[in-house]
Design a protein around this ligand. Structure first.
Ligand SMILES: NC(=O)c1ccc[n+]([C@@H]2O[C@H](COP(=O)([O-])OP(=O)(O)OC[C@H]3O[C@@H](n4cnc5c(N)ncnc54)[C@H](OP(=O)(O)O)[C@@H]3O)[C@@H](O)[C@H]2O)c1
Length: 277
């Protein structure tokens, strides 16, 4: 099977490339190699490779920067995604579009299901939600995979930042009034590999359970033997950022997808990736 991965040097794209290379003929591209806002280049690549599946991991993911560069956010996350979908449609390829929990407004008091109505609060969420709809319009043979709070080896994200603070005996202030589902990129990649066996549609794929950023940080500190009370709770009002974020963006699925609890995934990340190098 031939597979194209866009955003191949990003956090998810890197993992997915490593995983799929074991079984498939994988063509993975950085932004420099394949800019998804260039429809002509996209068409050329699709026509020459004739992929069976395209995993679209490329996106403008800096949530606060999206507020300042709204046009760029929509160019990449919405219209770029539409171009990928159109190119997939022209060669009969399945498309997997990775979307986000930030398409929801956070008003729901429990985790969001695939059937809940999106109502994004920020530009990033709006651009991804428009991307979802454009992709489905262009290519009915597409999979919309909503995920959340990603962490993994290939980017200095939340987990790595917390670990650094814990190792340096540094106290850290973390927001306690935002809830979500932390998701290990490796678990997401495994699910993405297999999801194309199911029918096209919308799927929520995150590790199960939910927590606040504060609880997440405490669990990280505890796992390397550091005191939980080195993590101090603050409100999101005190943590000044440009983009409004949902109070609750935990995800749940209607489908029977094999995903472990976020605490088990965190254990796995820390033992497999951090302590084995
Ligand atoms: N990270 C999260 O917590 C999270 C949560 C929910 C959903 N998601 C979604 O998951 C997907 C993967 O996220 P990630 O964390 O892996 O993001 P990431 O690390 O920021 O990777 C995104 C990749 O896309 C590339 N890119 C940006 N503009 C592009 C363009 N015009 N053409 C081609 N490539 C372009 C980036 O290249 P440069 O670095 O060179 O710009 C980067 O390599 C995204 O769709 C994101 O919306 C992420």
């Amino acid at each position: 099977m031939k597979v194209i991965i866009t955003g191949g040097t990003g956090q998810l794209g890197t993992y997915l490339t490593q995983l799929l290379k074991k079984d498939y003929d994988v063509y993975t591209y950085s932004k420099q190699e394949l800019d998804i806002t260039d429809p002509t280049h996209l068409e050329e690549k699709m026509t020459s490779i004739q992929p069976d599946v395209v995993y679209h991991c490329a996106a403008f993911t800096n949530v606060d920067q999206c507020e300042e560069e709204a046009e760029r956010a929509f160019m990449i996350n919405s219209f770029g995604a539409r171009s990928v979908a159109a190119a997939c449609q022209s060669v009969g390829a399945k498309m997997v579009y990775v979307s986000t929990d930030y398409i929801f407004d956070g008003e729901k008091p429990c985790p969001y299901l695939e059937t809940d109505k999106p109502n994004p609060l920020n530009i990033y969420g709006k651009s991804k939600w428009l991307g979802e709809r454009l992709v489905q319009l262009e290519n009915p043979n597409s999979y919309i995979i909503r995920t959340s709070w990603l962490y993994g080896k290939n980017k200095n994200g939340f987990v790595d930042t917390m670990l650094e603070c814990a190792r340096m005996n540094k106290e850290v202030e973390v927001v306690h009034d935002r809830t979500g589902s932390p998701t290990y990129t490796k678990d997401l990649a495994l699910l993405l590999r297999d999801i194309i066996e199911l029918n096209p549609g919308v799927y929520h794929v995150s590790n199960t359970g939910a927590c606040s950023w504060y609880e997440f940080a405490q669990e990280i500190f505890e796992r390397i033997g550091q005191k939980r009370n080195y993590v101090r709770p603050i409100t999101s009002k005190d943590y000044r950022v440009k983009a409004l974020r949902p109070v609750n963006s935990a995800l749940q699925t209607h489908y029977d997808l094999p995903l472990r609890h976020w605490k088990d995934a965190l254990d796995a990340y820390m033992s497999e990736e951090l302590f084995c190098d």
